[in-house]
Design a binder for this molecule. Structure first.
Ligand code: ZN
Ligand code: ZN
Length: 437
């Protein structure tokens, strides 16, 4: 049964139970009278007072007859009981937001992106999607498409900014990725041999951007509650140039444009753990169960601190269309060693205490710093990303959506087992239990 999570209020529901909205087509059937708009009080209340009264009048909502919905399953059409015209539009049971077409055809995975306001989250998502469409997509036989008019528009704008105009999306559109505007993508992966049938398996990916600063405020906390509790995985972006110890270690003549210091990652991680625990995502021993990928960005600026053969200097090869856990652990260890040098490992110890499924990543969305004279521009050569896909692929692998190799090669807690619904045969030794080491 397809399980759909609303990307607006995060209510989870079986697809077959979702109501329909009549499109009020003027061309009725069998001489029936067309439907007229009526007040959708549920949606109006969810959207709040900013919506003009006229827009609160919407097509009538109806539930498909039981037998019909049961037979057809989610994502199909139903005839409006009033006007008789068929409609494909499904909506959320709880908040009455309309879903993009195709959204309810597959299970939903919510990936939360968390980082300080200026951490380049829009640039990161834009580069990540581009890599999934091209280099990474080829390796896994995957394809990714934007769902719904709003995501398609923003997806196009961000790509034009970054790849055609060589401008960082943040510079032109401060709210390119806002809390109220999740980006919705459909990820299609080839079905594995052990599953019946062939073709593709689809997953709706919902990317959300949360400014880490907001986690501490009581007002914003309420909004983030459902969001964080519904997340299947969290990518916590850490800008190393925000850490004083890193700034002090970098060569003076590097000429890097240093960002202003915002909320430190320690604070954001602590607030995140507190939020998730408060909403039932913690174990009895206090560790949060939601997988958290801690991704240190701008690794190109750290090359003077790592060796010539550091895994941070190259992309994972994704050989055989599988996520390589040994490669991931090599990056994890490299980042851990860097953390040790920065704050004697204090941040890592804090993360390790708070999160049961944790892995460190290092990535660079652009591959080199923006030009010193034009900090809002991408490098002249265009983005040449390093390892942007690793955190997402790890989270998808944990969720059983991608095959994994090399798991369990080391007796480490970070090499955790696939928690549920693992359908693929990950090669390698036995899984290391994800509990307390
Ligand atoms: Zn909803
Ligand atoms: Zn109707």
């Amino acid at each position: 049964m397809t399980s759909v999570v609303c990307p607006y209020c995060f209510d989870r529901s079986a697809a077959a139970r979702l109501p329909f909205r009549c499109q009020m087509s003027a061309t009725g059937v069998r001489g029936g009278k067309p439907c007229t708009a009526e007040l959708d009080g549920t949606w109006a209340e969810f959207m709040g007072p900013s919506v003009p009264p006229a827009l609160k009048m919407r097509g009538p909502v109806f539930t498909a007859p039981r037998g019909l919905a049961g037979r057809l399953g989610g994502g199909t059409r139903a005839d409006c009981p009033n006007c008789g015209v068929s409609t494909p539009v499904r909506l959320c049971l709880r908040c009455h937001s309309d879903f993009p077409s195709d959204y309810t055809d597959q299970d939903t995975r919510i990936i939360a992106l968390l980082g300080p306001k200026a951490s380049g989250k829009s640039t990161y998502v834009s580069v990540l999607i581009n890599e999934l469409r091209n280099r990474v997509g080829r390796a896994y036989g995957a394809s990714i498409t934007a769902m719904g008019g709003e995501t398609q528009r923003r997806d196009r704008e961000m790509a034009e900014d970054l790849y055609d105009r060589l401008r960082l999306p943040e510079a032109t559109r401060p709210a390119a990725l806002g809390f109220n505007d999740p980006l919705l993508y459909r990820l299609s992966l080839p079905l594995r041999r052990r599953l019946r049938g062939d073709g593709s398996r689809h997953t709706a990916l919902v990317f959300f951007d949360a400014a880490g600063e907001d986690l501490a405020s009581a007002e914003a906390m309420d909004r983030y509650t459902h969001y964080l509790a519904a997340a299947d995985g969290i990518i916590l972006l850490v800008d190393p140039l925000q850490m004083r110890a890193v700034r002090d270690q970098l060569p003076v003549d590097a000429g890097l444009p240093l960002p202003t210091v915002e909320t430190p990652p320690q604070q954001i991680a602590a607030d995140l753990a507190a939020q998730l625990r408060a909403h039932g995502r913690g174990t009895s021993r206090g560790r949060v169960t939601t997988p958290v990928a801690v991704a240190v960005t701008k690794t190109d600026s750290l090359f003077s601190l790592v060796g010539d053969h550091s895994p941070l200097r190259r992309n994972a090869d994704h050989a055989g269309g599988a996520v390589n856990d040994e490669d991931r652990l090599a990056v994890h260890e490299e980042m851990r060693a860097l953390f040790d040098g920065w704050d004697s490992g204090a941040l890592f110890r804090q993360l390790d205490r708070d999160f049961a499924q944790l892995s460190l990543f290092g990535l660079s969305a652009l591959g080199s710093p923006p030009p010193a004279h034009a900090p809002a521009d991408a490098p002249k050569s265009g983005p040449q990303p390093l390892r942007v896909e690793d955190p997402l692929l790890w989270l998808l692998g944990l969720g059983g959506l991608l095959p994994r190799t090399g798991t369990g090669s080391a007796g480490r807690r970070t090499a955790v087992a696939t928690p549920t619904a693992s359908t693929g045969a990950a090669a390698g030794g036995p899984h290391v239990p994800g509990g307390e080491a």
